[in-house]
Design a protein around this ligand. Sequence first.
Ligand SMILES: [Zn+2]
Ligand SMILES: [Zn+2]
Length: 495
Amino acid sequence: MFVVVILVLSIVLAFPAPLYRWVTDTPAVVAWAVAATLVPVAVAALAARQALRRLERFPEDPNRGQSVLTHGMRAVHGTLAIGQSGLLLCTNWLLLVARTPVVGDWPVIPALLAISPFLVSALLVWVVSYPADRAVRQIALEAFLFRGRPVQPVWSLRQYVINNVRHQILFILIPMLLIVAARDVIVIYEEPLRRFSGHPYTADLLLGAAAALVALIAPEILRYVWSTRRLPEGPLRDRLTQVCRKLRIRYREILVWRAGSGVVNAAVMGVVAPLRYILLTDGMLEQLDDAKIEAVFGHEAGHVKRHHIFFFLLFAVITGCLVTLFSIHSRHMNSREQQMVGTLLAVVLLFKWSVVFAWISRRFERQADMFGARVLALCGLPCVQPCELHRPEHSNPGPDPLGDALCSTAANVFSNTLNEVAVLNGMPPEGRSWRHGSISSRSRTLLRLAADPAAVASAERTVARIKIAITVVAVVCTAWAGWELKLWELLRHWG
Ligand SMILES: [Zn+2]
Ligand SMILES: [Zn+2]
């Protein structure tokens, strides 16, 4: 869902006015808004009913019901994305909300009104899909009981919706709305700001600075958008702190993240150490034993040590530069040219975020998986099977857990952890995730890499090339945007 949130908000941010005015009279626009809101809800209701039927008919194979729900939700996200982006780009909806009396002149409010059909639709989708989600979680819960682990009851409808709003919507919406707010305020004061600075593109530069600031402080906001608390003192905290010391990872805090009943997950956020948080869900702390928690923690540590967040931010900088270039040049275009270039930009960005981002993301995840296995070996997981890292000829000066070879025991523990996490979350192991790939392909890949250090080296080289490519494109785009924004005049003026 959060991909759709990013899409909808990016459109609102990048296109202040609709590209195409195919639907202009108010009743038709409103009809579109209503349809774009209700169709995904109908699809979700259908998918939930089908999934429940499957679960009832094949109780011995819950994967069948789960995969119906997974596919159904994908269709829901598709209809949501198409309906909402159509509403924003091809109808007069954006102009209609901007002209709404009283509220239209305030910052942020028009953007909020513009995305309100999306927000309503998402809420209703969760309400109607709750029974199926509940049934799937119930099955996962039985797996918990079977393992003799403590369980939290499956969440109520209210908890489910609130949890989804916090984790799928607010987590994107709040930082993006801050940027929208900055843009709206800058637009209101554009003239005085320009006179003050003596620079023609003051507004664009300020907006860039605001976006960078939001990206930097986002972790501090998100730790409160999500419900988190400090990981209490104890053996686990000591062990994780030790891991970070060994890896020389600095952070602000390790947090327990109350992500809702039985959600087994971890995350890391923040580019700079003073604003970096490592999060582990309470479900994970309850359900996994310490070695597996260390495995997941090692994966997150891999994201930090390999600077993945930094490169994702550079990736976003590229988008920012392209949008800025479009906004500078579209001021001198007629509406046909605007449409052509705008469509081209939209297609490029859609491809960049749906295909390229997912591809890069999967490579980064794989690198973090390898790192997780390395961390397990570094923490002294006893090696119990034939292994490329712990071969006898390596015993002097001793194997390097952070080198190319992976310990096969560590890879095994890591891949078991992945499978266990999938089961606990009620996800089918073969179910593909857009950003992560399927759990079973991840664990297969890791086991294959553990048997073949040359393949590890080649996977690492691929990621290194990706990082170089992102850096080069980001530098070129920044230089180009800087040139067009006449940044040098600003430097001369103030320097
Ligand atoms: Zn990851
Ligand atoms: Zn080993």
